[in-house]
Design a binder for this molecule. Structure first.
Ligand SMILES: [Zn+2]
Length: 357
């Protein structure tokens, strides 16, 4: 697409893993002049639209071009390009199939960002759907994203982290390399309660199936096909859980960042880095939305962070990405899954925890 895009893509290719260690990556020289490898980590962006958020606040919203695509996503891509960081973009098939979104997506995937499948319709309770409907939604999401990206997605994120054994078995059928839907924090029930209160009691979106995620490993693992948060599974599929703070299991992602601030982020980052747990930091494209952008319904001011001026949020996101970049070699999730697989190519031995990085 352009020089910077080529840089991201070429670097990803040139930096293909040469060793069997997940931690082996780009090297840096520390104060004692020894070569120290940076562990690999990933940042990714869920491109949920205002249409997807509205039901959580008890109303509906639909526009032919959603402000998240029109205004927020281009800002995110511009920042990633400026910082020369590749990301995985979890894209909803319905939006990929909308030709008015095609240019921005094509440009992003041509720049080296990884296309990820985020279902076709973004159902808020995927795990409760009949298996046929669930399969169709995942498959149609796959096809729509593949068509706009020009290559097949190999990774999946379930809407609202609502992943189940059935979802994983469908990903097996599609020969996916990884799932990244398990969010191992104590936040699940809290978020459900907050959404319920903010919707003034209209939301009915309880997801008790995900509450066990707080018990999941904080490293890449082979997920159990009945209980995705358990690491005693077999098969090729790798679970790349989202990052969380060790022990406390407090969350560690964009939306939380805008609620708690940079100091909490700094402490969490050093704790995660020290513990050697997986760095899988996710943003939502809406974090770059301004309430004054064309078409934005003012009722979205209740969404976490959106009441903060955009300039402030953008500066914080930039600082956070730079911090992550100095602590990790940032790669796509597909690359991270590949390195995890190389790290322990053998299947889960019986009696082992199944954690592979
Ligand atoms: Zn989503």
């Amino acid at each position: 697409m352009n020089a910077t895009s080529d840089t991201i893509l070429n670097r990803a290719l040139a930096d293909a893993p040469a060793s069997d260690e997940l931690a082996t990556a780009r090297t840096s020289i520390n104060s004692t002049d020894r070569i120290a490898p940076l562990p690999a980590g990933a940042i990714n962006v869920d491109i949920d639209t205002l249409r997807d958020y509205a039901p959580g606040y008890g109303f509906t919203y639909d526009r032919s071009v959603d402000p998240v695509y029109q205004s927020a996503l281009p800002r995110f891509l511009e920042l990633l390009e400026k910082l020369d960081v590749p990301a995985t973009l979890f894209t909803i098939g319905r939006d990929a199939a909308n030709e008015r979104n095609r240019d921005v997506l094509r440009q992003a995937f041509a720049a080296g960002h990884e296309p990820g499948n985020h279902t076709y319709t973004h159902p808020r309770q995927l795990s409760k759907m009949p298996r046929d409907a669930m399969r169709r939604d995942i498959l149609e999401g796959h096809d729509a994203v593949a068509k706009v990206a020009g290559r097949e997605p190999v990774g999946f994120r379930s809407p609202c982290y609502d992943v189940s054994g059935d979802v994983l078995s469908i990903l097996d059928e599609l020969h996916y390399q990884y799932d990244s839907s398990v969010h191992p924090t104590i936040l699940g029930p809290v978020v459900d309660a907050v959404v319920f209160l903010k919707s003034r009691g209209k939301s009915r979106e309880w997801r008790p199936g995900t509450y066990f995620h707080m018990l999941a490993p904080l490293k890449a693992y082979r997920p159990n096909r009945r209980s995705p948060w358990r690491s005693d599974g077999n098969g090729e599929l790798i679970e790349l859980p989202l990052s969380a703070v060790p022990w406390s299991r407090l969350p560690f992602y964009g939306t939380w960042l805008h609620t708690t601030g940079k100091k909490v982020f700094d402490k969490a980052l050093s704790s995660i880095r020290r513990s050697g747990s997986l760095m899988n930091f996710h943003f939502h494209a809406v974090e770059m939305l301004d309430l004054s952008d064309p078409g934005v319904d003012p009722r979205f001011k209740v969404h976490p962070g959106l009441a903060t001026p955009l300039a402030e949020r953008r500066a914080l996101i930039e600082e956070v990405i730079l911090n992550l970049k100095s602590a990790y070699e940032l790669v796509t999730l597909a690359e991270l899954a590949e390195r995890s697989r190389d790290n322990k190519a053998s299947k889960n031995p019986s009696g082992n925890s199944g954690e592979i990085s």
